[in-house]
Design a protein around this ligand. Sequence first.
Ligand SMILES: NC(=O)C1=CN([C@@H]2O[C@H](COP(=O)(O)OP(=O)(O)OC[C@H]3O[C@@H](n4cnc5c(N)ncnc54)[C@H](OP(=O)(O)O)[C@@H]3O)[C@@H](O)[C@H]2O)C=CC1
Ligand SMILES: CC(=O)N[C@@H](CCC(=O)OP(=O)(O)O)C(=O)O
Length: 347
Amino acid sequence: MIKVGIVGGTGYTGAELLRLLSVHPDVELSMITSRSEAGKSVSALFSGLRGKLDLNFSLPDNEQLSSCDLVFFATPNGIAMESVPELLSAGVRVIDLAADFRLSDTSLWKQWYGVEHACPDVLKEAVYGLPEMNRADIADARLVANPGCYPTATQLGLLPLVRAGLVSGNIMVDAKSGVSGAGRGANVGTLLCEASESFKAYGVSGHRHLPEIQQGIERMPGTGVSPFTGDLVFVPHLTPMIRGIHSTLYCTVKDRGIDLQALYENTFEGEPFVDVMPAGSHPETRSVRGCNQCRIAVHRPQGGDTVVILSVIDNLVKGAAGQAVQNMNIMFGLDEMTGLDFPAAMP
Ligand SMILES: NC(=O)C1=CN([C@@H]2O[C@H](COP(=O)(O)OP(=O)(O)OC[C@H]3O[C@@H](n4cnc5c(N)ncnc54)[C@H](OP(=O)(O)O)[C@@H]3O)[C@@H](O)[C@H]2O)C=CC1
Ligand SMILES: CC(=O)N[C@@H](CCC(=O)OP(=O)(O)O)C(=O)O
């Protein structure tokens, strides 16, 4: 059994980790932290876990976490980097769901996250946890940086075209997120009366997921393939739903004759959590609600030069906790689908 600790067990991604790990056959949940709920029963706060988990929240404590095989950080940005060096030295492996180890360039980190990186040396060994790009490195990693939710949907949608060197010109990313993407903390913008029956863009002049997507695209091209040199435009939107990301990607391709459907199907062949839908499909966020799938459809409207890719995930599952469990399975040599092999919630 893998002895697991979770730092930040009361947030939405922490709670989603609890849901998934409480029934994972190879995991023993040993410590779940919360500063605000310390001493209280986990299943009293999350009654959906009654009968599945008999554990109390405790205060974050590196010494106690050091007895775990693996610690997940489901904390705000900038928290994990303060504890990870000590945990790695104690022989613990770490998956960070926040952004602390996603950007390799520390000046970029400071520019977008506003503080100096606390452990640049440790950052060097972090592996970006998008299995469809980095599976082999994840298997050997001590430290995995779980990707952001928008970057997961967006990078998976772009991977086949960019890797094949087919994109010419700019890439437009028009992405929409459910409100749980903003976390469980109290915030006026996510109140029912503010967020429901309304729809808005935000972060148009710059969102911290832009450099993450840019870095991912730079790492995609295969050998002998021309890299993407255009502009990347990323516009996130808040939609009145709880879970889900819908990323609509627009770009032009160099080769009009390419069979895009075949390119996408071949790229993701054998991937357990990427579903290339039949030509002409329009994936819905509800088709991935509660499950670890990314569903993708590729279109070329009116047979022109512009390609439109539609990519949907559940931000809390493939966009966070599910992908983190997928990474854990890879790191510990388990079947990648262990504990994740279930369909979306319906309706
Ligand atoms: N929501 C989403 O869809 C996604 C979120 N993420 C990332 O995952 C991380 C968690 O997100 P989310 O679950 O939404 O966040 P929440 O705000 O919902 O939860 C944050 C959690 O961290 C704990 N926490 C806060 N400050 C500290 C601290 N200083 N030390 C220890 N624990 C702390 C909180 O508990 P307490 O205060 O009681 O200790 C709480 O359990 C974030 O970095 C987020 O950016 C990534 C992808 C998707
Ligand atoms: C709807 C909403 O607010 N979404 C969040 C992104 C989700 C997230 O948590 O991203 P990180 O892991 O990179 O922090 C936002 O735009 O800030």
